[in-house]
Design a protein around this ligand. Sequence first.
Ligand SMILES: OC[C@@H]1[C@H](O)[C@H](O)[C@@H](O)CN1C(=S)Nc1ccc(F)cc1
Length: 389
Amino acid sequence: LDNGLALTPPMGWLSWERFRCNVDCVNDPDNCISEKLIKQMADLMISEGYKDAGYEYVCSDDCWQSMSRAANGSLVADPQRFPSGIKGLADYVHSKGLKLGIYEDFGHLTCEGYPGSEFYLQLDAQTFASWEVDLLKFDGCNSQREDFDRGYPAMSFYLNQTGRPMVFTCEWPDYQTTHGIMPNYTGIRDACNYWRNWKDVQDSWDSIIDIIDHMGDDVGNFSSFAGPGGWNNPDQLIVGDFGLSQEQERVQFGMWAMMASPLMMSVDLRNIRPESKALLQNKNIIAINQDPRGIMGVRTQQMGSVELWNRPLTPVGNMATALINKDTHGKPAIVPVTGSDLGLVSGSLYTIYDAFTMSVVYNNASSNVNYKIIVNPTGITMFNIQLQK
Ligand SMILES: OC[C@@H]1[C@H](O)[C@H](O)[C@@H](O)CN1C(=S)Nc1ccc(F)cc1
């Protein structure tokens, strides 16, 4: 979407995957969807260094709403859980130098049964602008599938009409690809700043692999539609949650950088392992994710349980190359590759760095040299490859 926003993949925190639709603030006051939770996450994004690392948007997903609209038809935040209202929450978030994201649904009801935006698109867009919201995640539950191709552009139009810059993120292709319908990525990119391609991420290695496989298959060549202002979105980061090993967290974080994906954390920032926090703040990987050319990396080879991905970087000639090993047979894989397998162009010399640490792995690397790359089970080996001057 050409609204001057999301020129690099947006970064932030989103409540859904880890906190879901927990609205029981009586019995679970620390973990229910509430202004208190969002404010705590905003505070920690500052105090724990996430903002400095690039994370900017703190977002409430489904279940922030009260069950009924106001007399004038406007959406209302649940008064018990959001006593200051969304405008008050936005003021707080803005006072921290962060931006606020909110959620609605193109259908009659949200996925969790809260009031949807159908028949209220213009009013809801105006309401979000009046609340000084900075990002809208727009879901597609409880709607007619064929209405998507009109509904999302309509909401994009009404948001633009408010005059307030707001990142517009769509669930549009997700509901089509999961029902065997080929999305119109031209229309999606015109309307949305980023778009969910596939199923919801869950807190498991299987979910991460399923998503990486879908993104690698790249059906409809959706990778070619990624670029400044519009991004493919394989869903949230689950780094720091419960389901991944440390090695598997490196796979997700490295691969989301290869895919130029938005980086929306899910983890409870109040209770995160030091290794997971360090990974989420790894500036070398974030720099790859935020590369200004905004070219999405693609899967270039599948060698049994090992996959190769390559992403062109800035300046032209530089690149990131990742090898992931989906095997769980205990011992690391020793993968024989040539320089050209890694993406090196013949006639050029390169310095190959470990992408996570930026320590030099190979000097004077070239396309016709054979290399043996070690990749751990459910692990990743990722290189930042730079043309030698
Ligand atoms: O409720 C909102 C939730 C999140 O926003 C996801 O990112 C969206 O893909 C849609 N969504 C879904 S499907 N929630 C949901 C998932 C399972 C369920 F039994 C009831 C609701």
